[in-house]
Design a protein around this ligand. Structure first.
Ligand SMILES: [Zn+2]
Length: 171
């Protein structure tokens, strides 16, 4: 069996001293970053959802009951033509498009369209890479790169967080 003393000795010889400790720090640091991003993305998306609900004056906040409001309709008819008889899905669609960095790159395929008023993560998924699984129901089930893409693609993160293009200039 290798004693701690021997392990330290071999780490010294290999030039890997402290490597395990560093990895533990890195791992716990990354976990903190992911936790922070999870809270942030969920908060910003929930606020955005409420903003749209207020904007369209929904008296009862519930999923759209028109079964023909589907992602395929938006994809086939285009953003300019898709209409929801309740004026719910199309209003959400317009607001989602307005704050996307690239209006032609909205991932409608990821979204359960009719759930936009009740599930803010269905809004978030419009800003993520295509083909998010239906098991992606919140930040905890979203991988880090998709969360970062959401923050990059959705302008709400810039306005809510007051991020400027060059913060150094302000100093
Ligand atoms: Zn609808």
């Amino acid at each position: 069996m290798t004693s701690t003393k021997d392990l330290k000795k071999s780490e010294l010889q290999n030039g890997t001293v402290g490597t395990r400790e560093n990895w533990l720090k890195v791992t716990s640091g990354l976990k903190c970053v992911k936790d922070g991003i999870c809270t942030l993305t969920e908060t910003v998306m929930a606020q955005f959802q409420q903003e749209i609900i207020r904007h369209i004056n929904m008296s009862v906040v519930e999923a759209c009951n028109n079964e023909s409001c589907k992602r395929d309709c938006i994809l086939n008819q285009g953003v300019g033509n898709f209409q929801c008889p309740n004026n719910v899905c199309d209003s959400f669609m317009k607001s989602i498009t307005e704050v996307h960095m690239n209006k032609k790159m909205v991932s409608w395929k990821n979204c359960e369209v009719r759930c936009w008023p009740v599930k803010c993560w269905e809004i978030a998924k419009a800003y993520m890479p295509q083909n998010q699984s239906s098991a992606n129901t919140g930040p905890a089930t979203t991988d880090c790169s998709a969360l970062l893409q959401l923050m990059w693609n959705c302008k709400k993160f810039r306005t809510e967080l007051k991020i400027t293009a060059n913060p150094i200039r302000k100093v």
